[in-house]
Design a binder for this molecule. Structure first.
Ligand code: NDP
Length: 385
């Protein structure tokens, strides 16, 4: 019998994590759930552990260790706590693939640990590549580790490239829904609320990425992610607004031919593809019906109004630690917006000011990213008070 594929899900209690568990549940003969982790949501983590019986669970917040440990006392499951434990558990011999579904900068160190342990990476945590793309790519190469994208746009590009590895990419187009404020002017954006920003028209996601989608920062982060994943120059990565979110992204080859991957928006598909690659397993996901979408439309993005998209291109052009500074500022600003301490437009203002203040380092190592991340967070926090 074929050996089952051992899976670690970092961030199992989030939007991607819970959908990944649904995927694994469909193929019990193929997947073997080894590790699940959460930050503070102990109740859901315990519920998931009791239902899915992983070998190990980790709660990042150490104050919740006793609660999780006591709840799983009789279940023959290893329980650990703390940020360092996240990095340690991924290196278990039983783990084949690590799905990085944590949010933000917190994904960086566990991803590095997983690469060092030569685990295949199914990468949802785009911030890891935004912060330290060059380092991660170098480490993956040195350790002969594959990084399969989970982000729907990058999964689309990855799927379009199947069978094309000898054929250089001329350009890629990342599609963007435009989010809830598509077409808004700066004046209209001045008064938008947290509740409006959290209402994405096509996708149901975690709070941070939903705000990033509304501000176009998500697309900016994806542009940087794509540069590293597919080894592209900045001018080879373009963004096109596609409000229906049916075409998930496109590749243009040097003969002018374009390939797109499309279907109904459902993150379970790219999650599954990253976990089963190169195979496609049958699913019962709802199928696309042409008659429901008589028109697919495309528009130019508006980086003047949605400043974050331009800032991401600027950070990518500057290179080095600049994307790390932008990411740190954005995490602080988005959190402040979610806590209703700043307005929607202030997110981009804080990001821009932090970038201007940030020192850049050309070929940074991990310690440089750690330093720039914490300096930029402190600077951005200072702008909020
Ligand atoms: P959620 O906010 O829904 O979930 C985040 C997960 O990470 C939760 O399990 C959370 O635990 C855990 N977590 C948060 N902070 C920490 C921390 N400091 N240490 C350890 N664990 C932590 O996020 P999403 O699932 O929406 O997104 C996850 C990643 O996937 C992001 O990088 C996002 O950009 C990317 N992505 C998401 C998509 C989506 O559809 N949601 C689509 C494409 C990419 P707890 O529940 O305890 O807080």
């Amino acid at each position: 019998m074929q050996q089952k594929k051992g899976i670690a899900i970092l961030g199992s209690t989030g939007s991607i994590g819970t959908q990944a568990l649904e995927v694994l549940e469909q193929y019990p003969d193929y997947f073997d759930l080894q590790v699940i982790t959460a930050n503070r949501n102990a109740d859901l983590l315990i519920e998931q552990a009791k239902k899915h019986h992983p070998n190990t669970v980790v709660i990042a917040d150490e104050s919740l260790y006793e609660k999780v440990k006591n709840a799983l006392w009789d279940d023959d499951i290893h329980v650990y706590a703390g940020a360092d434990a996240l990095s340690q558990v991924v290196s278990s011999n039983e783990v084949h693939t690590v799905l990085t579904a944590m949010v933000g900068y917190s994904g960086l160190k566990p991803t590095i640990a997983a690469i060092e342990a030569k685990k295949t990476i199914a990468l949802a945590n785009k911030e890891t590549l935004v912060v330290a793309g060059e380092l991660i790519k170098k480490m993956a190469l040195e350790n002969n580790v594959a990084i399969y994208p989970v982000d729907s746009e990058h999964s689309a590009i990855f799927q379009c490239l199947t069978g094309e590895f000898q054929n250089p990419i001329e350009k890629i187009y990342l599609t963007a829904s435009g989010g809830p404020f598509r077409g808004f002017t700066t004046e209209q954006l001045q008064s938008v609320t947290r509740a409006q920003a959290l209402k994405h028209p096509n996708w149901s996601m975690g709070a941070k990425i939903t705000i990033d989608s509304a501000s176009m920062m998500n697309k900016g982060l994806e542009v940087i992610e794509a540069k590293w994943l597919f080894d592209l120059r900045p001018d080879q990565v373009d963004v096109i607004v596609h409000p229906q979110s049916i075409v998930h992204s496109l590749v243009q080859f040097e003969d002018g031919s374009m390939k797109a991957q499309w279907g109904l928006p459902d993150m379970k598909l790219p999650i599954q593809y990253a976990l089963t690659y190169p195979d496609r397993f049958p699913t019962k996901f709802e199928r696309f019906n042409f008659m429901d979408y008589p028109e697919l439309t495309f528009e130019k993005p508006d980086p003047k109004t949605f400043r974050n998209l331009q800032l991401a291109y600027d950070a990518m052009d500057a290179g080095g630690t600049m994307p790390c500074a932008l990411n740190a500022a954005n995490e602080i600003a988005v959190q402040a917006f979610l806590e209703e301490k700043i307005s929607f437009l202030q997110i981009a203002e804080i990001n821009e000011k932090t970038m201007h203040a940030a020192a850049t380092k050309g070929t940074p190592g991990l310690e440089d990213f750690v330093a720039i991340d914490s300096e930029s967070r402190a600077f951005a926090t200072g702008l909020i008070k």
